[in-house]
Design a protein around this ligand. Structure first.
Ligand code: GDP
Ligand code: IMO
Ligand code: MG
Length: 423
């Protein structure tokens, strides 16, 4: 059996959580492969909105197994909060969620280090979510990090204290005063481990291999987006993991032969939270209109998202890097009241037209737009592709012709039901 990979093709918040929830009915297993609580994946059904950070978005389907893969970094405090919320809803997550023994733990000091490093950057801040992501992956790469399997070791406390002291030394060097914050955080963190320990810790690579041998279907859930990828985003304005399809292979321990579809989630316009290049960003009333109608405020930090027009140069790059087989177009319903809609079809860099993204994040990029007519119709109630206005279908066709990728699903609202399957 094949494993399909679902990921964001922009700067995150494309609607991955909603789409994973919708697609879960078609799979046996949902597995998160990277990122951590920097993610905020929203989904809605029965009039209630849920936001998940670490837990895969298939969790609401009781009969489906959810796996947190080795590529994910876990903050036990946030994990506990998420679990408590699910239990309050009447779910029993211990029945259908398990965690890779190789996943790394975010320690309280990782969060403090995140804050200290950001503070040091002054005007060059990345705009981190301050969830400790960068410092945790740094320790992973430096081969000193703490993993879920360490919770099973008799040396856990010793290892924890050792790393904690190393972190304190760095914080001292950075003149970051942790004396008030750390004791409380540390206490909360240790208490929250009890919830984590209730779950099955597994060798997820063996488990997934067995599932696939048994003809079970797996959906790998990505976090963030391709343009925040550590390698291929606008470095250093990126996150600290591989958000691209390749990340699913390292983040779950997959054999590439099992790769099936690569489902890329694309917002009909662009948003970005945090700093970094955003060629099509709108600083005017149109940007404000997208933010207001689209409710573009971060699901994790509540920060207003920067908004702009769809960027096909960046989208084509993301499709190329990921080998996207299917696009899911989300949030076009937000643009139901626009006379015209601009789409960026090329960049001008140093006076030259190009369809490549420059590697230097400080390159001055001027977007070149094609203006398309708006559909000026509420599409949020449409149930079938046929019902959609022709002008909107033309917009989809334009995207398909430019990107050479097919738009297989159209999402027209946050709810599970507001989803149109095309292919
Ligand atoms: P994710 O990080 O990719 O899972 O996306 P987020 O949950 O951070 O942000 C997407 C936001 O858009 C959430 O509030 C979703 O409920 C909402 N959403 C998802 N799809 C649609 C859609 O097609 N239309 C509208 N209007 N909202 C959507
Ligand atoms: P989901 O999965 C949008 C951004 C942050 C910051 C940069 C680095 O919900 O799409 P980090 O905390 O990872 O060190 O921050 O990446 N960022 C996201 N932006 N959606 C996300 O996740 C993000 N996760 C991180 O705003 O600019
Ligand atoms: Mg999000």
């Amino acid at each position: 059996m094949k494993i399909d990979i679902l990921l964001g093709l922009q700067w995150g918040d494309e609607g991955k959580g909603k789409v994973v929830d919708v697609l879960t009915s078609k799979y046996d297993v949902i597995a998160r492969f990277q990122g951590g609580p920097n993610a905020g994946h929203s989904l809605e059904f029965n009039g209630i909105r849920h936001v998940l950070h670490i837990i895969p978005s298939g969790i609401f389907h009781k009969e489906k197994m959810n796996i947190i893969g080795n590529g994910v970094v876990i903050d036990p405090i946030i994990f506990e909060e998420e679990i408590d919320a699910l239990v309050k809803m009447g779910l029993t997550p211990t029945d259908n969620l398990c965690i890779s023994k190789k996943a790394h733990l975010i320690m309280p000091t990782h969060k403090l280090l995140d804050a200290a490093y950001e503070a040091q950057k002054g005007n060059n801040k990345i705009g981190s979510t301050l969830k400790g992501i960068g410092p945790t992956y740094t320790d992973k790469i430096a081969r000193v990090g703490m993993r879920i399997c360490d919770l099973l070791s008799p040396n856990f406390e010793e290892k924890y204290q050792h790393l904690l002291n190393e972190h304190k030394a760095i914080l001292d060097q950075l003149h970051f005063d942790y004396s008030m914050l750390l004791p409380e955080l540390d206490k909360k963190w240790k208490a929250s481990l009890a919830t984590l320990r209730k779950f099955a810790f597994i060798d997820s690579e063996y488990e997934l291999y067995d599932y696939l041998q048994q003809e079970k279907t797996v959906l790998a859930e990505g976090a963030q987006g391709t343009l925040l990828d550590l390698e291929f985003g606008a470095y250093p304005f990126v996150t600290s993991s591989n958000t691209i399809a390749a990340g699913a292979f390292t983040g779950l321990g997959l054999d590439p032969h099992f790769a099936g579809k690569v489902i890329g989630i694309v917002k009909a316009y662009c948003t970005r939270v945090g700093a970094g290049p955003f060629p099509t960003e709108l600083f005017d009333a149109t940007g404000e209109k997208l933010r207001t109608i689209g409710n573009e405020f971060g699901a994790t930090t509540g920060r207003p998202r920067r908004c702009g027009w769809l960027d096909l140069v960046a989208l084509k790059y993301a499709i190329m890097i990921n080998g996207v087989t299917d696009i899911v177009l989300t949030k076009a319903d937000v643009m139901s009241d626009f006379d015209t809609i601009d789409v960026c079809t090329a960049y001008r860099v140093d006076g030259e037209l190009t369809n490549h993204i420059p590697s230097a994040s400080d390159a001055v990029v001027e977007p070149v737009y094609t203006t398309l007519p708006g559909w000026k119709e509420d599409i949020s109630k449409c149930k079938t592709y046929e019902e959609l206005p022709q002008v909107f279908k033309d917009y989809i066709r334009f995207i398909e012709e430019e990107t050479k990728a097919k738009v297989s699903i159209v999402s027209v609202g946050p709810d599970r039901d507001a989803t149109i399957f095309r292919y």
